[in-house]
Design a protein around this ligand. Structure first.
Ligand SMILES: [Zn+2]
Length: 156
């Protein structure tokens, strides 16, 4: 996909998620692990292989984002929520988003995300925001307990 089309698709998916922040992010073509940190890519691939063996549906809905993509999401958030304080609960500016640095993935569908929330610490993968069931980062050593979730990205 061309960068422009990819930006469009990511923006549409995020806009749908923003429109219904407590619902599932819009289904899109599973995003690749390209651009993720090696640590996160390896952790996700291990989790994904385990999910496949267990028959659990799991894929990345949004992984690494460019600065421009995140800036567009941030602008969408400002338009949707009207002020930065509220918008920050759901989307961060490009200088602060862990998606821009390749350190975060959003996953779906809901059953797969729930499975990953239960089992992900095995690979160091943790849900980091209580209001985003889809957002995971490497936040602990493999096999260790995940840290408590932040209420939302606004508390980062
Ligand atoms: Zn995310």
């Amino acid at each position: 996909m061309s960068p422009r089309r990819r930006t469009f698709a990511v923006t549409i998916a995020a806009a749908a998620a923003l429109a219904a922040p407590l619902g599932a992010p819009a289904q899109a073509t599973p995003a690749p692990t390209t651009g993720l940190t090696p640590q996160l890519a390896t952790a996700y691939r291990s989790a994904k292989a385990h999910a496949v063996r267990q028959g659990v549906p799991l894929w990345i809905t949004s992984g690494k984002r460019s600065w421009a993509e995140q800036r567009e999401l941030w602008r969408d958030g400002l338009r949707t929520y009207g002020n930065p304080e509220v918008a920050r609960r759901w989307v961060l500016p490009p200088g602060e988003s862990t998606h821009v640095t390749g350190r975060a993935i959003d996953v779906g569908p809901l059953p797969g995300a729930r499975w990953l929330a239960r089992t992900g610490s095995r690979w160091g993968l943790c849900r980091t925001y209580a209001n985003e069931w889809w957002h995971f980062e490497v936040a602990t050593a493999p096999g260790r307990r995940c840290p408590p979730m932040l209420p939302s990205a606004a508390q980062r």
